[in-house]
Design a protein around this ligand. Structure first.
Ligand SMILES: *Cc1c(COP(=O)(O)O)cnc(C)c1O
Length: 414
């Protein structure tokens, strides 16, 4: 980690410029020539990076770049931001759209996979292109925001679907919009009566914390409840700057969550993950998900075993605050959505006995005989259409005659 003034091309940059997110964006490292000015790059690396940039753009904010230890080729921030020739390798099983987001898309930029919430992509650009990006089929290559006509269609779709109570505004990076343009989008969503909450997805707190300015937090405050999920992957990303950004959002009443991706050589270790989770809680960010790296093309060098992920969860639960334990999920290929996986705590079950184990290996028996039959809490919710379960395994409890056929994948189109 260097102070930016130690980097020759930024030695005359003022504090004011450095803390201006527009300056950060304008001065992002996008070419090999620029990269050579700020990091020692071997000739071979230079050639490889040039080869990689034809498939997926590079952008590294000066701030994020300054976190790299220039002497360490395995630096976790470097690995996430500097292209590697391995991205051009295509492996068996790699997919262009591993999550089948396009198949679940009723209008451009909307993925409606779950009954009550939608993913809305408002831009294809980011301030920093993660080398492990899962949406690389659409991000970067076409450096642009979604146009106003498409945005209007997305809003129209949400307005026409009263079951949508949660809108995830993502991209690209949702905070690439200026405060004014973002407010237009948020105000439109907020004007839809059935939308209960809005979630922003942005890596800006990590890669360009300068983006979290007073204008943004003042604007957001007018449209609560607004949540924000961000994407820290390594303890080195927790700095005074990213801390200030998160605290500012938290002080504006924005509950913060974090989605980490398991990346080989970056955070594939239970000690690093535990340190990261503790660091996040200290800056008021709740660890929300840890993702298994998915099957996108060009990221297979980051993939690591599912088993190691389960080991990491085993090393968290019980050993540290429950708040520090996220859900470990696999985003199932083919549009299956997020599937939680983790250690098994349920060892065995009989008519009335359930045998459980805790993190220490202590085995306990829970005896159902002492429990009464299940009795509903009797609330209006029980007959309210908004809360009734219309599909999935949970529906079998009330409709055992409805068999789920493997060939039939329920989708919500139109
Ligand atoms: C992840 C995701 C969501 C949100 O899932 P949560 O588990 O509610 O955070 C919604 N839609 C799509 C398509 C997603 O991939």
């Amino acid at each position: 980690m260097r102070h930016y003034r130690e980097i020759p091309i930024w030695k005359d940059v003022t504090e004011e410029q450095w803390s201006d997110w527009k300056w950060q964006l304008k001065n992002s490292i996008k070419t090999v020539e620029q990269l050579k000015d700020v990091l020692p790059i071997s000739l071979q690396e230079e050639r490889e990076i040039r080869g990689t940039l034809t498939t997926f753009d590079m952008a590294i904010t000066p701030y994020y770049l300054s976190l790299i230890d220039p002497g360490n080729l395995q630096d976790p921030v470097r690995m996430q931001s500097v292209p590697s020739i391995k991205e051009t390798e295509i492996h068996m099983g790699d997919l262009l759209d591993p999550l089948d987001e396009d198949a679940d898309s009723p209008v451009e930029g909307i993925t409606h996979r779950y009954p009550d919430r939608v993913l809305m992509l408002i831009t294809h650009v980011c301030s920093m292109y993660c080398r492990h990006c899962t949406r690389r089929r659409m991000v970067g290559e076409v450096d642009r925001h979604v146009n106003k006509r498409v945005l209007a269609k997305q809003i129209e779709y949400i307005r026409a679907h009263p079951e949508v109570r949660d809108v995830l505004v993502s991209g690209g990076d949702a905070l690439m919009f200026s405060n004014e343009r973002l407010e237009e989008v948020i105000a439109e969503i907020r004007s839809i009566p059935h939308v209960e909450m809005i979630r922003l997805a942005s890596r800006m707190p990590v890669v360009c914390p300068q983006r979290i300015d007073d204008g943004l937090t003042e604007m957001i405050k007018k449209y609560h409840p607004i949540y924000l999920n961000t994407h820290f992957n390594h303890p080195n990303e927790i700095t005074p700057e990213s801390q200030a950004a998160c605290e500012k959002l938290a002080n504006a009443g924005v509950p913060l969550g974090n989605q980490t991706v398991r990346l080989r050589g970056v955070n594939d270790c239970r000690h690093v993950v535990k340190k990261l989770m503790h660091g996040l809680l200290k800056i008021r960010v709740k660890p929300y998900y840890i993702y298994q790296c998915d099957l996108s093309r060009g990221i297979s060098h980051f993939r690591t075993s599912l088993g190691k992920g389960i080991e990491i969860l085993e090393s968290l639960r019980g050993h540290t605050s429950g708040l520090a334990v996220p859900q470990f999920v696999v985003d199932a290929p083919g549009g299956g959505g997020k599937i939680p996986v983790g250690p098994n705590y349920l060892l065995a079950r009989s008519d009335h006995l359930t045998i459980l184990r805790n993190y220490e290996g202590v085995i306990t028996v829970y005896n159902d005989k002492t429990s009464g039959d299940s009795v509903c809490g009797h609330d209006e919710a029980c007959t309210d259409d908004r809360y009734l379960i219309k599909k999935g395994v949970a529906r079998i409890f009330t409709h055992p005659e409805e068999i789920i056929e493997p060939s039939h994948k329920p989708r919500i189109l139109k």
